[in-house]
Design a protein around this ligand. Structure first.
Ligand code: UD1
Ligand code: UDP
Length: 358
């Protein structure tokens, strides 16, 4: 069996590590990796391939830093060339990025079977580029690997039982990764941790970065919180560029802004912080995997089970709500630790399903 795996952005590299390790156990599977180039800085791309022991990409398409249309269109064209040359049995895509959508469209046009990992998630916010990408990708997938019960239910609500596709609740490949990489975690040494009681924060979601009022409100809240507790903020290049352009203030000495870190350092930071504040999808779950409460800087989330069980609170970009949520947060207790994401067996289940697919 030949699988053409399409990767492009940071969260996909992290997810692919676990699945590639599982594939490597099967001599009967050949994995060809295509890196679209959507993320291209060394600390947004190369470091993950090195640290997570993902095989070097067989193809690098070099399409990054472009508008949605240009990126998606050019990526489709290049993936199509590779797919025609390699003639794979499956194209495998992860998540909801422009690279995901490009891979999905190529598979559907060339009649190559498509496997979507992280299928069925919905924010019900059609202004999010990710929501459009995931809905279109799901619709043309032959096999949909859902991380959660809610994801399966979303597909059923949309009538997927009537479509010619297979829905599998696989669990979440990010939990496989969190378990595997925890033992390899590395304490970052290039900045000073003032205490061992810090907040870990990330901000990169378009709805926050591209709205000057939301971005300013979030940074005002972080500066307020930093008066009491150190906030470590590994800054996504997208946010960095916009902060510079909009001159958004971020100067409090306890608001420690650093370059993006590799996953092994990130895992250490998650494992050692007292609270996560983020608009990232992946980090909301990682907070939970490592037993940390999460304040989510968005108006909605695809990971609804975390809000339902009290591990996560949604505050949007409102300064007052963010500061309030910081003041009210309390450590997670065992009542939060249900097995919501499959317990680290997702990659194994995915590969087993692909091998037995008819
Ligand atoms: C993309 C995904 C988003 C995901 C995120 C993970 C889409 C529509 N969005 O958002 O779902 O959560 O990746 O991080 O696919 N840039 C650099 N260097 C890099 C990468 C990006 O400078 O290595 C800058 C470029 O100016 C680029 C901008 O960041 O134009 C945005 O990058 P892009 O890949 O378009 O979107 P993300 O915000 O990273
Ligand atoms: N991450 C990382 N280094 C950083 C910031 C994030 O390794 O400096 C990891 C984070 O732990 C998570 C993944 O990147 O596993 C999430 O990616 P991101 O927030 O970029 O995207 P999303 O999950 O929102 O799509």
């Amino acid at each position: 069996m030949k699988i053409l795996t399409i990767l492009g952005a940071r969260p996909q590299f992290i997810k692919a590590g676990s699945v590639s390790r599982e594939i490597a156990k099967h001599k009967e599977i050949e994995e060809i990796i295509v890196h679209t180039g959507q993320h291209y800085d060394a600390n947004m791309s190369d470091i993950f391939f090195e640290e997570m022991q993902i095989p070097k990409p067989d193809y690098f398409l070099g399409i990054g830093g472009k508008s949605h249309g240009a990126m998606t269109g050019q990526t489709i064209e290049k993936i199509e060339e590779v797919a025609l040359k390699e003639n794979p049995d499956w194209i495998m895509v992860y998540g909801d990025t422009n690279s995901t959508l490009a891979g999905a469209l190529v598979a559907s046009k060339l009649h190559i079977k498509l496997a979507h990992i992280e299928a069925g998630l919905r924010s019900f916010n059609m202004k999010m580029p990710e929501e459009v990408n995931r809905i279109l990708t799901d619709r043309v997938s032959n096999i949909l690997f859902c991380p959660t019960d809610a994801a399966v239910q979303n597909l059923k609500n949309e009538g997927y039982d009537n479509f010619d596709c297979k829905i599998v609740k696989s669990g979440d490949v990010m939990q496989d990764g969190a378990i595997f990489y925890k033992n390899l975690a590395k304490k970052p040494s290039h900045f000073t941790l003032h205490t061992d009681n810090f907040i870990l924060c990330t901000i990169h979601r378009a709805e926050n970065t591209d709205d000057e009022n939301r971005l300013r409100s979030i940074f005002e809240a972080l500066e307020e919180i930093a008066k009491q507790k150190q906030v470590i903020l590994p800054l996504h290049p997208r946010t960095k560029k916009i902060l510079e352009k909009t001159h958004t203030s971020h100067s409090h000495p306890n608001l420690t802004i650093i370059d993006p870190v590799g996953y092994l350092e990130m895992v250490w930071l998650i494992d050692n912080c007292s609270l996560v504040m983020t608009d990232s999808g992946g980090l909301q779950k990682e907070a939970y995997f490592f037993g940390k409460p999460c304040v989510t800087l968005r108006d909605e989330t695809e990971w609804v089970e975390l809000v339902e069980c009290g591990a996560n609170v949604l505050v949007g970009a409102d300064k007052g709500k963010i500061v309030e949520a910081y003041k009210n947060h309390s450590p997670l207790t065992t009542q939060h630790s249900h097995n919501l994401y499959g317990g680290g067996k997702a990659s194994e289940k995915i590969i087993k399903e692909l091998l037995s697919y008819e």
